[in-house]
Design a protein around this ligand. Structure first.
Ligand code: SF4
Length: 408
């Protein structure tokens, strides 16, 4: 059985480095102006060149998203960017528009092509069609069951299949949705979704606009349109058995804390499943880790059939027990300390942990100091502070610290 890769979103250069540090086999990154993500989750070409170099040094692949639904006015930029991506040496481009595909094949025929989930590929005949257009991998529609995925792989084994295994889901079919454009003027199909499906809604009787009915599932309102988040970590052997080449995590807009936790947890699980799929058992501590990042409750989506309550949320807003505290700038093993840049407020006494790729190390926040060694009762975003650490730990720059959220 082919060893599938763990594919992690990289919204910027720091997140790309986080994904590499915590065990990604491959990352996907947006290309400025053309990636179906807002600008804050895109790379400039210089950043992508740098990120590509660093990733390749660690044998991590880089896929560049050019999956915009291009207008004619976008096409010259598409061709230009594709040329730059070929020079950078990205491992593939992800696209969804047939015109973009045709132009890239004409102008840069050596680029590998992956078809985005936005293309809604749902059957083997469609996979054959895209193979004939030069596509080597397809990100299947999220609405397929695992049985349908396995059928497609058996029918067209030469095409690689990629599946989402973790992260937010759209309630619209593969993201084709006008809700955001209608309510905020920012279109999901141009990469600017404001996620109005996850807002709270109330029922209003037409003649009494100021007397909304709030539904009872949540004290304030009900999240009727919102989907729970996908989590397939319990079912990795089934994904492997279906012949999936790439397990994809959603979320180029997510924080480095989220990426660190999700990447290393799936790394641990995928290594276990890969070594011995029949003995695989999802560990309770892996599930506990995934509860420590922002989520809206978890679901297996459509993978086991559409009867699975279609993942709709019944009154669940975002929740998370821990948040980003800071990132390691430098480890000084001789002095037994780390220099950390705080990314949020941290108080002495806060439950704080250092996340390493293989383990979690508790830190004593009461021992946080400034550069001169003076104890700090509190630090704030962008403060540079020190923590003592035990001997024998290998602590890379970029490692993430988290803090338990206490509701203060
Ligand atoms: S509003 Fe919700 S359903 Fe629509 S595209 Fe955005 S995330 Fe998806």
């Amino acid at each position: 059985m082919e060893r599938p890769e763990l594919l992690i979103p990289a919204g910027n250069l720091e997140k790309l480095r986080t994904a590499i540090l915590y065990g990604a086999d491959a990352v996907y990154a947006g290309v400025e102006g053309l990636s179906l993500r807002a600008h804050q989750a895109e790379f400039s070409m210089e950043e992508l060149a740098q990120g590509g170099k660093e990733a390749h040094q660690k044998q991590v692949k880089v896929y560049a998203a050019l999956n915009i639904f291009a207008r004619d006015s976008d096409l010259s930029l598409v061709v230009q960017r594709a040329g730059e991506l070929a020079e950078i040496g990205v491992d593939a481009v992800i696209l969804s528009d047939p015109g973009v595909l045709r132009l890239i094949r004409q102008n840069h025929p050596h680029l590998s092509l992956h078809l985005s989930t936005q293309a809604n590929t749902t059957n083997a005949e469609a996979v054959r069609f895209w193979r004939e257009q030069g596509v080597s991998r397809i990100v299947l529609a999220r609405e397929l069951s695992l049985a349908e995925v396995a059928w497609i792989k058996a029918e067209v084994p030469e095409v690689e299949l990629e599946l989402f295994v973790h992260g937010a889901m759209c309630v619209a079919y593969s993201g084709r949705c006008l809700l955001s454009a209608a309510l905020t003027g920012r279109s999901a199909n141009r990469g600017e979704c404001t996620h109005p499906c996850r807002w709270g809604y109330a029922l209003v009787e037409r003649t009494r606009p100021h007397e909304p009915f709030f539904l009872e599932e949540e004290p304030r309102y009900s999240y009727l349109l919102s989907s729970r988040d996908l989590r397939m970590i319990e079912y990795l052997p089934q994904l492997l058995a279906a012949g999936v080449s790439s397990l994809k995590v959603e979320g180029r807009m997510k924080s480095v804390y989220y990426l660190a936790v999700v990447t290393r947890t799936y790394r641990w699980a995928l290594d276990a499943a890969d070594q011995n799929p029949t003995a695989y058992s999802c560990q309770p501590e892996w599930l506990a880790e995934l509860d420590k990042v922002s989520n809206r409750g978890y679901t297996t989506g459509f993978y086991f059939g559409e009867q699975e309550d279609a993942a709709l949320n019944t009154g669940q807003s975002y929740r998370q027990s821990h948040g980003l505290a800071g990132t390691v700038l430098r480890h000084s093993p001789q002095e037994h300390k780390i220099l950390v840049e705080l990314r949020n407020r941290l108080s002495a006494g806060d439950e704080t942990e250092l996340l390493l790729p293989e383990q979690t190390v508790p830190l004593d926040s009461a021992k946080m100091t400034d550069e001169e060694g003076n104890p700090l009762a509190e630090g704030h975003n962008s403060y540079r502070v020190y923590f003592p650490v035990a001997d024998g730990l290998e602590i890379p720059a970029g490692a993430v610290l988290r803090r338990k959220i206490t509701g203060d």
